[in-house]
Design a protein. Structure first.
Length: 746
């Protein structure tokens, strides 16, 4: 049970069952918020309700309200007592396979007269019955729930249409003339009034069920991953920690056993177990995954460190200051969850249309029945016309509109390295007008790179690289690795180093080819009483002004060169920014790095100085997104780090670099597999094109219904013409969707 105090009240997280779409979540949320003293948010994706309550309201009262709305609710059980839940995805998969296997021959026999043997209609009934009852049961159940609360969604339209088609087919087979041996559906272009006794619509009932189950199955697969961002975040932390008790030897325990005040050991290369303060040692800590800062942070006694960051230098002893749910990592997980809750309020387009279309169709069917009875046409003819109205409204093309466009669009996207999570994602792409770009790993490479060598007059650049690279090769520091890698790239092999020593917080020293070499900060050279020539001072100041990290190189008692180190801009980033502008988007650079570095990168890629937001913490990134949204902007966020996960979830459209962390990828709506920022522009173009295709599919699907309804109401609907028209609308929708295969990048 996850109940906690919240001011004068309490809060609980409930697990909700029975939701089939976002409108279900909205209905539950509305009912809960009507209770006195209750504030609730319901997340369709994670199937959770976060409820704050007070006064006389109890948790059983909240559960009762949800159940009265037609859904189930329960408190999450403790982990040890959690029983396996029914696998919704497995159930959907079984229903989908059943419907496809059985519906294909039913549709084939109905549409191809050559397959209509003497008793074909009875075989169709045998095959269609399990599809309309077992496979379509989720739609019927949801329609009943909606009806009890006076609501209509896509489920209502599917249930009413398929049920009407199936029940009328039963009547025609058993009480009409459709069961006569040798009955066929002849292809006639004429439209003649008929009593409907020889017409069956089993292919419509079975086909629609199969098509729409396919869409639901793929949606459920995407929805199942919604909680993975939170799991990925929490799994980033260390699992075990070496504790240093005051009265005994060191011991390794699970991180969950750490308490505030405990002292623990962090060796080079290990993750820091929890938030704390350094009490012994000094080192460099790589915090880029959490803070976005590309340069490792030097820490010493008294400095604060954050859990899940990596110790890349010396040995540290840390005193824990925050543990468990109080750590920065846990707070970031809560930020992601809250952002997802707010985002789940968007309803699907088909549901919004169905909410109006379904009541209109039902009213028209009842009006048709009353009109024909009132005009003395007889109950049979009147009922035939009324049922024809319901059958022609059965959403065959509507069922194909979204899944086919999404299938083709996502398939083409996958070929281009763009993964789209679901149809609800696409609705955000058309409205987006601002795109926030994380710097480290998104606009830049995400790793320190040697960008420049500035030797003194008379000093050979190759010699600088050879000596500095050899010495830095013996160090584990990220800046040292950048120097060593840059030297190897230009020179190939490097000589060996003797008498290597690390000077904590300052740099390294050693002997290379008989030269006493120093590589490090200004202070390292000052300790050896070495002065910088004027040309090196100018080179250093220019590099610092551009936001670069500088490393000084000296040997044999003289300062010889300044090395420029920075997180290099990706070659493709300037072009990517131009493409984003061409789509009508305003690019904004958002980073945890310092102002000078951020402005330097912005200049390189073509982002205006006023569109640079630097030195922001993870929670600040979320606040920036919220602030822009409050100003009326629709915000896309492109990022790759843990520090971006909450902002990706909060943004109207989250684009995660596939080369980034699992937490970022799971929190995003679109994943850019290539790690190339140009793919962000391609992804938005593809998503907009796919959404446009879905919208045009829906328009023609409903246009077909609207155009055919008057014929059905007039009793002039020939079954073969109806079948051909329905088939044509489906073929049109599929063909329209297949045009997405021609999408090109650039």
């Amino acid at each position: 049970m996850t109940v906690r105090t919240a001011g004068t009240g309490a809060a609980v997280e409930l697990t909700i069952g029975g939701m089939t779409c976002a409108s279900c979540a909205a209905r539950i949320e509305k009912k809960l918020n009507r209770m006195k003293g209750v504030t609730a948010t319901v997340n369709y994706a994670t199937e959770k309700a976060r409820v704050s309550y007070g006064g006389t309201v109890t948790v059983p009262d909240l559960i009762a309200t949800v159940e009265a709305t037609g859904y189930t609710a329960r408190e999450p059980a403790p982990p040890a007592d959690t029983a396996p839940e029914p696998d919704e995805l497995r159930s959907l998969r079984h229903r989908l396979i059943t419907s496809v296997v059985l519906a294909v021959p039913v549709v084939a026999m109905a549409m191809i007269p050559a397959l209509q043997f003497e008793y074909w209609q009875w075989l169709s009934l045998t095959l269609a019955a399990p599809v309309v009852t077992y496979a379509a049961w989720p739609f019927h159940r949801a329609a009943l729930t909606n009806a009890r609360h006076g609501a209509a969604t896509m489920d209502t339209l599917i249930s009413v249409g398929t049920s009407a088609a199936f029940l009328w087919s039963l009547w025609a087979l058993f009480l009409g003339t459709a069961g006569t041996p040798g009955m066929t559906h002849p292809f006639e272009l004429t439209i003649a009034r008929s009593d409907g006794a020889g017409n069956i619509y089993l292919e419509a009932a079975a086909g629609v069920t199969a098509f729409i189950l396919a869409g639901r199955y793929f949606e459920a697969r995407a929805k199942r991953k919604a909680g993975a961002a939170l799991r990925a975040l929490l799994e980033l932390g260390a699992k075990d920690v070496t504790v240093l008790p005051a009265d005994g030897p060191e011991r390794t325990v699970p991180v969950a056993e750490l308490a505030v005040g405990d002292r623990f050991l962090v060796r080079p290369g290990e993750k820091i177990a929890t938030d704390g303060t350094v009490v012994e040692g000094s080192s460099a800590v790589d915090a880029s995954m959490l803070t976005g800062e590309s340069v490792p942070v030097e820490v010493a006694v008294g400095d604060a460190v954050t859990g899940a960051t990596v110790n890349v230098g010396g040995r540290l002893v840390v005193a824990a200051t925050r543990v468990g749910s109080d750590t920065q990592l846990a707070r970031m997980a809560r930020l992601v969850e809250e952002a997802q809750n707010g985002k789940a309020a968007a309803q699907r387009l088909a549901d919004r249309i169905s909410a109006v279309f379904v009541p209109v169709v039902i009213a028209l069917a009842l009006g048709t029945l009353g009109f024909w009875i009132g005009n003395g046409a007889g109950v049979t003819a009147a009922f035939t016309a009324a049922v024809a109205v319901l059958i022609i409204a059965c959403p065959c093309a509507l069922g194909l509109a979204t899944p086919t466009a999404l299938l083709v669009g996502t398939g083409r996207g996958a070929q281009l390295g763009i993964l789209i999570k679901g149809p609800e994602v696409l609705e955000s792409t058309r409205r987006v007008d601002t795109v926030l770009l994380d710097k480290t790993g998104t606009v830049t490479t995400g790793r320190m790179t040697l960008l420049g060598v500035h030797p003194t007059a008379g000093t050979d650049e190759a010699e600088v690289l050879r000596l500095a690279g050899a010495l830095e090769h013996a160090s584990e520091h990220p800046v040292a690795r950048a120097v060593a890698d840059g030297a190897r790239e230009k020179l190939g092999g490097l000589p060996a180093t003797e008498d290597f020593a690390n000077v904590p917080g300052l740099g390294v020293q050693g002997v290379v080819d008989g030269h006493a070499v120093l590589v490090g900060r200004d202070r390292l050279l000052q300790e050896w009483s070495l002065d910088l020539p004027d040309d090196l001072v100018r080179a250093r100041d220019r590099a610092v002004g551009a936001g670069r990290t500088t490393v000084l190189v000296a040997w044999d008692g003289e300062a010889r060169a300044v090395l420029e180190i920075a997180d290099a801009v990706k070659d493709t980033s300037p072009e990517a920014v131009r493409r984003l502008r061409a789509l009508g988007l305003r690019p904004v650079l958002l980073t945890g790095d310092n102002e000078a570095v951020a402005r330097s990168v912005a200049r390189e890629v073509g982002i205006a100085p006023e569109d640079v937001i630097a030195e922001v913490l993870p929670q600040d990134k979320v606040d920036v997104v919220k602030r822009l949204q409050a100003e009326g902007r629709s915000v896309a966020m492109v990022g790759d780090g843990v520090n971006d996960a909450a902002a990706l979830a909060q943004a109207d459209l989250g684009l995660a670099m596939g080369t980034g962390t699992d937490a970022a990828i799971e929190a995003g709506d679109l994943t850019l597999v290539r790690g190339d920022l140009r793919a962000a522009a391609d992804a938005i173009r593809l998503a907009r094109r796919t959404l446009g295709t879905i919208r045009s599919n829906l328009f023609w699907a409903f246009a077909y219904n609207v155009g055919a309804l008057p014929l059905a109401a007039a009793g002039l609907l020939n079954p073969m013409i109806a079948g051909a028209a329905m088939a044509f609308s489906s073929v049109f929708v599929v063909g329209n969707s297949l045009r997405l295969r021609a999408f090109r990048t650039g």
